[in-house]
Design a protein around this ligand. Structure first.
Ligand code: DGJ
Length: 739
């Protein structure tokens, strides 16, 4: 791994075993992009990649050198002077102009990776893990400096980027657009994949061929959202799961975002990713600075699986933090779908007792335990236990759970308040609202204004007391509505564009304080299911509730889609009751478990309602997960067949040494007289023979090339063949290398 600067040509080459990223200082001083892709040889002069062209109607700052800003590839472009595409940055100056020109000033190359103050980001644990290039550009007229950071990770097709602005001029400015990443690619022969959905159907992959014009996804909900995800992919049309060039773009941020691909009429593709410029501005006084969130680019020539594996590896080891980062995740039971708001200590302990009998490790009490929260109409904001349910306090319940030999976990929703709560009655002005305008409600609740430090301090105080007063080992941090009327009554008019971003910084700061004070607690983020499943929150909470839809077939799709940009160990996945509460479907407990294994695994029902036969199965499934969670959560994951593309779906995880693997196979609907089907496995060692219980032993090459037979045995009845397994069939196979 090395980052080289060629003084003579002012060319930067970031290069490791897999990738190269080449930039150069253009004759006008701007930073130009020359190449990003598979590693190439270094050379002093990559000038042949630059397009000096005369084209009718182009504008030139210098007609001698023929560098037209709309025809070169740029690293951090500004609209307004020759480049007519969307810029990465826009600054409003005191004289009303929005033009800046950022020219190369200096650079530094150093080992390791600096932290981003107040923001989540990937990190290194030793300097040898990465090298960072900081390029300092300056706008001589305004004195605004931008510092572009590029961190190249050793051995990985991954580059992390972010930008820091500082005002070294004499006048204040408004930053109106400050993208974290801009990448100009020399052609447009790509398919774009975005992850779209809504509540209960998050992160479905949507594929489009890029063509002239702009393709984009964004969130304006104040959260990364159920609807779009701050993770997008560009892939070559010929690339598939296993081969071909793929680039993933991931924003390490949980608020409003924009990701776009603009293809111009010369077939150049400009990727932009960062804070959504809509309703965003940031006032920068002389001497002040502003840091953008981080964006990470993942490059692979090994298809979508290769790109995801690079991303999983980095996010699992160098984005997630804390004692839970490298630990297998506890198997927990959550009472939400078992009781909803109808709580009593006895009921909860009954659920916990039965779960303990089945080997479950944590009992989590969900919504409804605090203040006047007997329904979703009241109580949010009053973070103390309801006296009528817990006369002896939470400490006593937590202790009873501990006495059962389990750990105790708790649900909170600290960013919210019900108007019917003591907190709201004491501080009606603490919510996001615009004076003299209506305050929108959603689920009967308002959003606390976390851009105000005193609000965050108050909630921190309450939570600190709560978490110190009982043995709490796990927190589910929920967030159940979008942000509206985003305005902070204590900020001046010219700082209102900062509120969305300041709000999310407030959320991050509360997380940071709590994980610092309670490092042993496992945090799981949640936002009405998966409305904030993003890389930003993985920095604070190493797992997230993937969706409120717990139906196994729906979860298969949601977890499959989520796996493109996030590791299995980050996906909260539970077995829930049938008929399923969201879909009314009845699916066997085996298939429910077979889907939930590919995540953190847990239960979301009252196990007392199951038959003895089902309880025996639950015990076996819990034990199976305990035996194999290390492999599932930390092995190499492969998508095999997509539930979005056919009736059959599959995925698998392979151990690092390729001696063990687990395959999940799922068939949505039964088919009569169906074809003879096989699933081609991935990631095995061709020469190793693997034992598969109930199936026999096969060499890796057989399993990967001729495939594992997945057809069920049909029985003949009256001369007709009838399928044995019915709808929603699934199977999990364990593969072990024959010694
Ligand atoms: C939404 C979450 O996604 C659910 O799991 C549950 O915790 C409810 N909120 C509780 O209100």
């Amino acid at each position: 791994m090395s980052i080289v600067f060629h003084e003579k040509t002012k060319t930067f080459h970031l290069q490791n075993e897999r990738i190269s990223y080449v930039m150069t200082v253009l004759p006008g001083g701007q930073l130009g992009q020359l190449y990003f892709g598979k590693r190439i040889h270094d050379r002093e002069d990559f000038g042949y990649l630059l397009e000096p062209c005369f084209r009718t109607h182009s504008c030139y700052e210098n007609e001698e050198n023929l560098i037209s800003l709309e025809h070169v590839k740029l690293e951090y472009p500004v609209y307004g002077s020759g480049d007519f595409r969307r810029g990465a940055v826009q600054i409003l100056h005191e004289n009303g102009s929005r033009l800046s020109k950022f020219v190369y000033d200096s650079h530094e190359i150093f080992p390791g990776k600096p932290a981003l103050e107040g923001l989540p980001a990937t990190y290194t644990e030793s300097d040898s893990e990465a090298e960072t290039l900081a390029v300092n550009l300056t706008d001589p007229v305004s004195g605004i400096r931008v510092r572009l950071l590029y961190t190249l990770f050793a051995d990985k097709g991954a580059i992390a980027r972010s930008v820091r602005f500082s005002n070294e001029g004499e006048q204040s400015v408004q930053i109106e657009r400050a993208m974290s990443l801009c990448l100009d690619l020399p052609d447009a022969d790509y398919e774009w994949i975005q992850f779209s959905g809504a509540w209960g159907r998050e992160r479905y992959p949507v594929k489009k061929k890029l063509s002239i014009g702009t393709t984009s996804v964004e969130s304006l909900r104040g959260t990364s959202s159920h609807h779009q995800n701050p993770f997008v992919i560009l892939k070559r049309p010929s690339a598939d799961e296993d081969q071909g060039e793929v680039i993933g773009f991931s924003l390490v941020y949980s608020g409003n975002f924009l990701a776009s691909a603009q293809v111009d009429t010369y077939q150049v593709t400009r990727i932009l990713m960062g804070i959504n410029p809509e309703w965003f501005s940031w006032k920068l006084e002389p001497g002040q600075s502003f840091q953008t969130p981080e964006a990470v680019m993942f490059w692979s020539e090994e298809g979508l699986n290769g790109m995801s594996q690079t991303c999983h590896d980095l996010y699992r080891k160098r984005l997630a933090r804390g004692v839970w980062r490298d630990r297998v995740r506890p198997i927990l039971i959550n009472n939400w779908e078992a009781t909803y708001f109808d709580l009593s200590e006895e009921k909860l302990l009954n659920i916990a007792r039965k779960a303990k009998e089945c080997g479950v490790e944590y009992f989590v009490m969900d919504d409804g335990w605090f203040g006047d929260r007997r329904s979703d109409r009241a109580g949010l904001g009053d973070w103390y236990p309801a006296k009528e349910i817990f006369p002896d306090g939470l400490g006593s319940l937590a202790q009873k759970v501990e006495d059962l030999g389990m750990k105790f976990g708790l649900w909170i929703e600290p960013e919210m308040v019900n108007p019917d709560s003591n907190l709201y009655r004491a501080h009606p002005d603490w919510i996001l609202h615009i004076p003299d305008r209506a305050r929108s409600l959603s689920r009967h609740q308002c959003v606390l204004d976390y851009s105000r430090p005193e609000v965050v301090d108050c909630i921190y105080g309450m939570l600190k007391e709560l978490l110190s007063g009982a043995k709490i080992s796990y927190i589910k941090w929920d967030m159940n509505r979008s942000l509206t009327e985003c305005y902070n009554s204590s900020l001046p008019a010219d700082r209102q564009g900062e509120v969305f971003h300041r709000h999310i910084l407030g959320v991050y700061s509360l997380y940071e304080r709590l994980i610092r004070d309670f490092p042993h607690i496992l945090f799981e983020s949640c936002a009405a299911g998966g409305a904030r499943f993003d890389a930003g929150l993985l920095y604070y909470a190493p797992q997230a509730w993937t969706s409120d839809n717990t139906d196994a077939m729906e979860r298969l799709k949601i977890q499959y889609g989520t796996s493109y940009g996030y590791p299995l160990v980050s996906m909260g996945s539970h077995v829930s009751a049938v008929p399923n509460h969201q879909m009314k479907r009845v699916i066997s407990i085996t298939t429910r478990a077979n889907v939930a294994y590919f995540g953190t695994f847990g239960y979301e029902l009252d196990l007392n309602t199951l038959s003895q036969d089902e309880i025996d199965q639950v015990c076996a499934y819990t034990q199976f997960m305990k035996d194999h969670r290390e492999l599932i959560q930390f092995g190499t994951f492969y998508r095999l067949a997509s539930p979005f593309e056919g009736n059959e779906s599959g995925w698998m995880v392979v151990s690092k040494d390729r001696r063990e693997a687990i395959v999940g196979y799922y068939r949505m609907l039964a088919e009569v007289n169906s074809p003879f089907t096989r699933l081609r496995l991935r990631g095995l060692d061709e020469e190793t023979e693997y034992e598969i219980e109930g199936e026999g032993s096969f060499y890796g090459d057989e399993l990967m090339h001729s495939g594992l037979v997945t057809s069920d045995a049909a029985t003949g009845k009256f001369g007709f063949c009838v399928t044995e397994e019915g709808d929603f069939f699934s199977k999990v196979w364990l593969l072990r290398a024959v010694e």
